[in-house]
Design a protein around this ligand. Structure first.
Ligand SMILES: NC(=O)c1ccc[n+]([C@@H]2O[C@H](COP(=O)([O-])OP(=O)(O)OC[C@H]3O[C@@H](n4cnc5c(N)ncnc54)[C@H](OP(=O)(O)O)[C@@H]3O)[C@@H](O)[C@H]2O)c1
Length: 340
């Protein structure tokens, strides 16, 4: 038997529980069994608990990513061997467990000097930021980016990645007490959520920005489009406005979608701007090679210290409610880690 964090049903924090379940199955030919040492918590895990994920519905085991040591491999596995340290991506959830068996494509070898916490921290956040800024957004030298929640996992990663391109200006929103830290991470202009961020951006860059990384949707999606410089792009990655209180609010969901205005092709043409969406899980399902190439590139940049994931806090499985509240109550700066 192994311990796992389960979401018993759609609902509040009380639905997060630690349970014992069957051990991971023996790896088939192209599978790998990993003894999990650390798991990364994501904003998406809050969506799952509230029943807002179309893909992962409770009852389920929580978690999109983890790290650990390879315990066993199938006879056709070539990229890792028993004893290796790996990061694991679980797009269908299930990462918060003491032992897991996944297909070989879901693991990447990480060197021993990278801590388990760090190895569990970068996959979802850094790959989302990497593909959104570079593949979808096409960030170029001298450009500017507006990053919502720049102190969160994706925001932290996006700031660092944007700054790998020369002469890029970063605007970032976050709670005021996080401004000094996001500034140290590379945000040139920290902005509070209750400030009129569009005005502040225009004050410093009257032509607007090249990319808005929009995780909010709703009315902000309209502001995002209005903030673009010619040839700029909004990259929509989430709908955080849907998540309000501890439990799902149909009113908030409907309001968010109601306020996420349709895009007019005519306006896009006339304004020379673009609107795009990005979904890491879908990319993984539909373009595995691209996904894995990006995974390796991001890891290389971490190994060469060009990128440096920040661990906000480390908790145990038994603290899952408090760990989740760290994100839900807007306290985290960087990644929240949970250990078995
Ligand atoms: N499309 C994809 O493939 C993909 C992949 C990963 C993540 N995402 C999306 O990207 C966004 C960021 O994800 P993440 O995992 O890095 O989360 P995160 O940013 O670490 O989330 C926590 C932070 O978000 C801010 N926040 C803004 N609105 C909030 C709200 N209504 N409730 C609670 N916190 C709120 C808070 O910081 P401040 O208030 O200080 O800003 C909080 O500390 C999420 O919307 C997520 O769904 C999308």
């Amino acid at each position: 038997m192994v311990r796992r964090i389960v979401v018993k049903a759609i609902g509040g924090f009380e639905q997060l529980q630690v349970e014992e379940g069957p051990a991971a199955h023996e790896p088939k030919s192209k599978e790998v069994t990993v003894v999990v040492k650390a798991c990364g918590l994501n904003f998406y895990d809050l969506y799952v608990r509230q029943g807002l994920s179309p893909e992962i519905q409770p009852p389920c085991t929580l978690g999109l990513e983890c790290s650990g040591l390879v315990k066993a491999v199938g006879n056709e596995v070539t990229s890792v061997k028993v004893g290796d340290k790996v990061s694991v991506h679980c797009p269908k959830g299930g990462a918060c467990v003491e032992e897991i068996t996944v297909d070989e494509d879901s693991v990447i070898l990480v060197p021993n000097h990278i801590s388990f916490d760090k190895a569990a921290s970068f996959t979802v956040n850094y790959l989302t930021a990497y593909f959104s800024l570079f593949h979808v957004g096409g960030l170029r030298e001298g450009g500017a980016v507006l990053i919502h929640s720049a102190a969160g996992g994706v925001g932290w990663a996006a700031t660092q990645l944007a700054k790998t391109v020369s002469n890029v200006t970063v605007f970032g929103t976050a709670s005021p007490h996080k401004h000094e830290l996001i500034r140290q991470n590379g945000v040139d202009y920290p902005i509070s959520h209750d400030e009129r961020y569009s005005d502040i951006v225009r004050e410093h860059r009257k032509e607007g920005v090249s990319i808005v990384l929009d995780s909010l949707s709703g009315a902000d999606f309209t502001h995002s489009q209005q903030l673009l410089e010619p040839l700029g792009k909004v990259v929509l990655i989430g709908a955080r406005g849907m998540l309000g209180e501890e439990t799902r609010s149909m009113w908030r969901i409907l309001k968010t979608w109601w306020m996420t205005k349709d895009i007019s092709p005519y306006t896009l043409i006339v304004n020379n701007c673009g609107v795009a969406g990005f979904n890491l899980n879908e990319l993984r399902y539909t373009s595995l090679q691209t996904f894995r190439k990006g995974w390796k590139e991001v890891l290389q940049k971490i190994l060469s210290n060009e990128l440096s994931p920040r661990i906000d806090s480390v908790w145990t499985f038994n603290d899952i409610v408090d760990a989740s509240k760290q994100i839900a109550n807007r306290k985290n700066v960087g990644k929240v880690i949970i250990k078995p």
